[in-house]
Design a protein around this ligand. Sequence first.
Ligand SMILES: C[S@@+](CC[C@H](N)C(=O)[O-])C[C@H]1O[C@@H](n2cnc3c(N)ncnc32)[C@H](O)[C@@H]1O
Length: 260
Amino acid sequence: VALGDRIKLGDYVLLYLDLERRWLAQVGEGSFHTHVGVVALEALEGLEYGSPIYTSLGRRLWVLKPTVEDFVMKSERRTQIVYPKDGGLILVKAGLGPGDRVLEIGTGSGALTTIMANVVRPDGHIYTYEVRREFLEMARRNIARLGLEPYVTFHLSDAKAGVEERDVDLCVVDIGDPWEVVGVVRKALKGGGVFVGVTPTVNQLERLVEALRSAGFVAIESVELLARKLEARAGRTRPATRMIGHTAYLTFARSTLEEE
Ligand SMILES: C[S@@+](CC[C@H](N)C(=O)[O-])C[C@H]1O[C@@H](n2cnc3c(N)ncnc32)[C@H](O)[C@@H]1O
């Protein structure tokens, strides 16, 4: 194992007992308390990912490298967030990749910001707008845990009043009244750029789609993704009885240039 692959001071690790019991911990001084015992955080330094570590009660935890999903689902949250299943489709429908520039309206807890910043780096950038300072600061803390701050510019500002950015590849809007920023977004997007709207209710979706049509957007599609977990056990595999029944509706569209 190369030295760089070993766990360093300051790294975040996932301490995994089972799917319901897994914790994100930062390697450093002190100890991490769980109901299956205490882990000395210094003991993690220098380990290889995939190693076992034993708690003070002798329970074995696996030390895993956290994925973006782990960070997002374990982040500080005080708003609705974009869930990994929805974030995944957004990335593919937008064709997002390294070097892309993204305008995001409604930073919230920064879950989607995290998912996108991880993909556009090292040369791309996310410009994100948030009206509430406490949410912006929370999102900044969440994003810092992955070391993604260099790829994100935070604006504490109401996007309805306009945005600074122009010629962006993608614009994602996740606010309560997205139709109010359709004009702002159209000016910011490059010709053919991708628009994504995230709305919790069909009423918001409908109003957004009408505004997109009036503003000359094309290829307008709305979708809902349902992710159902399966409990796989030899001879009796079946869907889980509980599921998250609703997260958000996604609306995709493409921007066009004015006709001559
Ligand atoms: C549902 S949250 C966004 C969640 C985010 N997509 C995530 O994954 O964590 C919506 C956020 O938009 C912010 N917001 C609402 N109207 C806004 C506006 N006009 N300009 C900027 N931010 C706004 C709210 O304060 C709130 O934090």
